[in-house]
Design a protein around this ligand. Structure first.
Ligand SMILES: NC(=O)c1ccc[n+]([C@@H]2O[C@H](COP(=O)([O-])OP(=O)(O)OC[C@H]3O[C@@H](n4cnc5c(N)ncnc54)[C@H](OP(=O)(O)O)[C@@H]3O)[C@@H](O)[C@H]2O)c1
Length: 329
């Protein structure tokens, strides 16, 4: 089978499209014919050797897939060959066949295509866990989302709307804010001029925002801390900016706010039951139309470098998907 392999840490162009033996599912695993694998920012960090959990070399990047069960490993029950599934893989998604833990796979909704299903696990999973379990977002609260046109950001906008919040989308371009508008955000901040804090204040006054979802970090984080309400919750999601900000603890004291870490991958390992329940609720919200996953770009497998460049160069709108097998009409 073909696999996109990282043989040494580097840029997307340093990856190779390799011919490798088909994997054989071991105990507890399913073998999946992968149809689509969607991209996430951690893929970009992992190929450079900069992510917090690094697979040994060589490895295939790609942390989530959708496809069809091709074989069932020893001891696995409850699955049939031919069923359409999706799920998170940690890494190893940019391959034609993947042997994955059966427990990590979920059934695809009947009407959903592979590209859409391949993007459900990480972005919606992270954002729902952040807003539901970590922030306990309540109907009527204000939610500010930075990086609102990116993968986890647009998922946070949609979920915030579905949970009844007043959602303020913040991003670096009008195109990204338009995407957030289509996802239900009602107020918009373009922070390309570096004035997030002033614009939040102009929108909602001195009271501040109840919940802030920040996947960007860098200098924006300080503005987030200065925009939070008394008793507010700032969700630390990631550092797409590249700079890990320092926390001004005086502001934590002055606002009596909470700064809350969110590490979805670790939570899924620690709490598989609630992870599965969250994913059932996400699928239900997709099925009843409250969530409409947005795919900004699709690439065939061999154009993996261009796909990764979309995220690296801040151009991704919603999800970027690698179509491992050509989509059926
Ligand atoms: N905590 C968790 O469990 C968890 C899970 C998944 C992902 N994450 C993290 O969440 C962050 C976003 O991931 P994603 O998959 O949603 O990525 P994405 O689709 O590429 O979105 C990232 C957003 O960050 C902003 N950004 C600012 N500076 C950037 C830069 N130098 N390069 C790229 N983007 C930049 C961009 O928005 P603007 O242009 O509008 O600023 C962009 O839309 C990453 O740090 C990732 O590691 C965390």
């Amino acid at each position: 089978m073909r696999a996109v392999h990282c043989v040494r840490h580097g840029m997307p162009e340093d990856l190779v499209l390799a011919e490798v033996p088909d994997p054989v599912p071991s105990a507890g695993q399913l073998l999946i014919d992968v149809h689509a694998s969607s991209l996430n920012f951690p893929d970009v960090l992992m190929i450079q050797g900069k992510y917090q959990t690094q697979p040994p070399l060589p490895f295939a990047p790609g942390s989530e897939i959708a496809g069809v069960i091709a074989a069932i490993g020893p001891g696995v029950t409850g699955w049939q060959i031919g069923e359409r599934v999706f799920g998170g893989t940690g890494a190893g998604g940019f391959v034609e066949k993947a042997a994955v833990p059966a427990a990590a796979m979920r059934r695809m909704p009947a009407a959903m295509d592979f590209a859409t299903a391949s993007g459900l696990s990480t972005t919606y999973g992270t954002s729902y866990y952040a807003l539901k379990q970590r922030a306990a977002l309540q109907p009527g609260e204000t939610l500010l989302v930075t990086g609102a046109g990116g993968g986890v950001g647009i998922a946070a906008v949609e979920l915030g709307v579905a949970m009844g919040a007043r959602v303020i989308a913040a991003a670096s371009s009008e195109e990204k804010l338009d995407l957030a508008r289509s996802a239900g955000a009602t107020e918009f901040i373009n922070y390309s001029d570096g004035k997030l804090k002033d614009k939040v204040k102009a929108l909602i006054g001195g009271r501040g925002v109840d919940v802030i979802y920040d996947p960007v970090g860098g200098a924006l984080f300080d503005d987030c801390m200065r925009s939070i309400a008394w008793y507010g919750r700032v969700l630390v999601i990631g550092f797409a900016d590249g700079e890990i900000p320092k926390l001004p603890t005086n502001l934590v004291l002055l606002k009596s706010c909470q700064v809350i870490g969110v590490f979805y991958g670790a939570w899924t390992a620690r709490d598989p039951e609630n992870t599965a329940q969250n994913m059932r609720e996400i699928v239900a919200m997709c099925t009843d139309g409250r969530l409409k996953p947005r795919i900004g770009a699709r690439f065939p497998m061999e154009r993996y470098a261009e796909a990764l460049r979309c995220l690296m160069e801040r151009r991704a709108l919603g999800k970027v998907v690698l179509e491992i097998r050509a989509p059926q009409p």
